[in-house]
Ligand binder design. Structure first.
Ligand code: ADE
Length: 243
């Protein structure tokens, strides 16, 4: 899988060289390329933004450098890239989207700053046959200073699902939001050695070696945690309307 990231702060993406992402890159499972958007500016100040038409606060990133950069990036490999634009006004990114991303051969992330990127960029590349679609995604109901952190979150969520990236020991089968019998449930609490720590014990059932009991206990814990922390994941059935 190839991943390109276009940003005015390339060094923001350095954490992608560490840990799981770094190993995935080293082993050739992902091929990450970070580009400085200002490479595609032509003025002395390497300008990427301007005031918004119609007025209002802040600055908007102009379409020209994005257009030139994305035109050139699309020629850098044989596949058709899918464009991802992180934005708080996008659709909600969640595990099913991470799974879709993990099967794509080529993702390009356009990280905006300021008030965002001129809307014509998304429109243009959604209709450009060299590209395999455009998605605008939000990682949560809060506003970051730019798309870089959101891009890193989406990239890590997707790349850890690429076959071979996680070892067996760190498999994602039991994740919160994984498919399967525990889907729509948060993962319950986890414990390791020592059995006693500061007066707190590991729950007895986990020490029994009785797998059916452990499974049942974990399911109950997951249900309780989900009800407590995320009641929205398991909505109560609708009550009949009273007239
Ligand atoms: N850029 C700024 N805030 C964001 C968010 N919540 N999700 C995605 N991109 C963003």
């Amino acid at each position: 899988m190839r991943i390109d990231i276009l940003t005015i702060f390339p060094s923001f993406l350095q954490p992608l060289q560490l840990s799981l992402m770094g190993r995935a890159a080293e082993s050739g499972l992902v091929d990450v390329h970070v580009h400085d958007l200002r490479q595609w500016t032509h003025d002395r100040h390497r300008t990427v933004d301007d005031t918004p038409y119609g007025g209002g606060p802040g600055m908007v990133m102009g379409p020209e450098p994005w257009g030139e950069a994305l035109d050139e990036i699309a020629t850098m490999s044989g596949d058709r890239p899918h464009l991802v634009i992180p934005t708080p006004s996008g659709r909600s990114f969640a595990q099913p989207i991470a799974r879709q991303f993990s099967t794509r051969p080529w993702l390009v992330f356009a990280c905006g700053r300021y008030e965002g990127i001129d809307a014509r960029v998304a429109t243009y590349f959604a209709n450009d046959p060299r590209w395999d679609g455009v998605g605008q995604w939000s990682i949560g109901d809060y506003v970051l200073a730019g798309g870089e952190v959101a891009a890193m979150a989406m990239i890590e969520a997707a790349v850890r699902l690429v076959p071979g990236v996680l070892g067996n020991a760190e498999s994602f089968q039991d994740d919160s939001f994984a498919d399967g019998p525990m889907s729509d449930l948060l993962e319950g609490p986890v414990f390791t050695k020592p059995v006693e720590w500061r007066g707190l014990s590991v729950p007895d059932v986990l020490l029994t070696g009785h797998h059916a009991h452990i499974r049942a206990w974990r399911l109950r814990q997951a249900q309780e945690r989900t009800a407590e922390n995320r009641p929205d994941l398991r909505p109560m059935p609708d009550l009949p309307e009273v007239n």
